[in-house]
Design a protein around this ligand. Structure first.
Ligand code: G3I
Length: 384
């Protein structure tokens, strides 16, 4: 009996706590910056039925999404939605080392080739992610790499992969997430096997190899944790800016910065002026900007979908309205298109077990307010 009562009491407590949390989140004046996120009163009406991809194209921009072969080949509704809404796709997994490199001497291009062919047959642009990263490395990698073979491994991988797609690739994330201030280096570089065995020039070397392998591809440095008005993100923006200035000063063939933009619906520390200034500083280096992996985590938002969807939509709109104001921004990709296939289900699940809702389409491929918000952001964007 006691156990049952306790469980009921705890359940009741949780119910009232979460209700209070939801109300205080929405009523307290500091919960949201009214200027940027006013989820309950905004209408999110997008005019007409035109796809996001077409709205972006009208402004001289590209919109697309991350896809993977497993879901795209097995779900016709997803394939139809990608075909309808996107003008560019990027493999979520298939161009990473753990998929491409079964052994230190072999390559398996089949999964990525399937996606490249999907892009070709559907008239979509195809971007590559990612040539050099400290994650998604095959099990043989850590056992194999050393200071004698690291350069050759890098040269062979980038040359083989970039040449394989030369002429059919929109852009490459050449180096991904090379900055990590927590590692304590004065240059902010993340302590990765590449840094350890090649030295800090590995980034410049990677871009030079990629440019040699495909002089036509746009070469991108991609990173996360740059978006918010927090001391950590401010410091990382400075470190990324310094890295890019250093690379440009040496004539490195780098053409763009990829800002991953994994946002949080409950994070209100977004300063549009500061972020706009960062974007223009990047542009002043003669670099383009891609929003490469945007989604909005709703893990800590109220469970009520009506409330949650509005906050997610407002987060997309307020961020993209600033981003698309910067003429150097050329593309926006969401990290997935439908809530049915999002990395956040596994990596950032909600404690209440409710399905997460971070993307423009719901799990049944129906457009959500987030879709409206992204569509409106492109409609309101200045013409390129
Ligand atoms: O495919 C294997 C499967 O054969 C195996 O049985 C299973 C065992 O766990 O693993 C499967 O691979 C997983 C892969 O996703 C495909 O599902 C890896 O374990 C898992 O780590 C991998 O996670 C991906 C992660 O990058 C690492 O590659 C996420 O789906 C993907 O969304 C995430 O994307 C990253 C970007 O590349 C960089 N920016 C951050 C972003 C989110 O973390």
């Amino acid at each position: 009996m006691a156990k049952k009562t306790l469980f009921t009491r705890r359940q009741t407590l949780f119910f009232w706590l979460s209700t209070f949390a939801s109300l205080s989140l929405l009523t307290s004046k500091n919960a949201f910056n009214p200027r940027q996120i006013d989820p309950l009163s905004r209408k999110f009406v997008a005019s007409g039925n035109m796809s996001i991809g077409k709205r972006a194209l009208i402004k001289g921009l590209s919109y697309g999404a991350a896809v993977n072969k497993n879901s795209l080949s097995s779900n016709p509704q997803l394939a139809a939605s990608i075909d309808k809404e996107c003008v560019i796709i990027v493999p979520e997994w298939e161009l990473k080392w753990d998929f491409l490199r079964p052994t230190s001497t072999s390559f398996d291009f089949r999964p990525a080739d399937w996606l490249a062919e999907f892009a070709r047959t559907h008239g979509l642009l195809f971007r590559g992610h990612t040539l050099v990263w400290h994650e998604a490395l095959p099990t043989w990698f850590v056992k194999t790499i050393n200071s004698h073979n690291a350069r050759q491994l890098l040269l062979e991988h980038i040359t083989t992969v970039v040449k394989h797609y030369a002429g059919n690739i929109h852009s490459w994330d050449v180096v991904n997430e090379a900055i990590n201030l927590q590692d304590g280096r004065s240059d902010g570089l993340r302590k990765t096997p590449w840094l350890q065995f090649i030295g800090r020039d590995y980034i410049e070397i990677a871009f030079c190899i990629a440019a040699e392998a495909d002089p036509k591809a746009m070469l991108v440095y991609n990173d996360y944790g740059l978006e918010y008005d927090t001391p950590e993100h401010e410091a990382k923006r400075k470190a990324v800016l310094n890295l890019l200035k250093n690379l440009k000063s040496k004539g490195t063939p780098i053409h763009a910065l990829g800002i991953q933009s994994h946002l949080s619906g409950d994070e209100t520390r977004f300063n549009s002026d500061k972020f706009q200034k960062f974007l223009s500083e990047i542009a002043s280096l003669d670099l383009k900007i891609l929003i490469t992996e945007i989604d909005v985590k709703d893990k800590n938002l109220p469970v009520d979908i009506k409330v949650r969807d509005r906050i997610v939509a407002a987060t997309y709109e307020d961020y993209l309205s600033v981003v698309l104001n910067e003429p150097a921004v050329i593309a926006v990709l969401t990290w997935g298109l439908s809530d049915r296939y999002t990395w956040l289900s596994e990596y950032q699940p909600r404690r209440d077990g409710a399905r997460v809702r971070p993307l423009p389409l719901d799990a049944n491929f129906k457009r959500k307010l987030a879709w409206n918000a992204i569509a409106r952001a492109f409609d309101n964007a200045p013409q390129r």
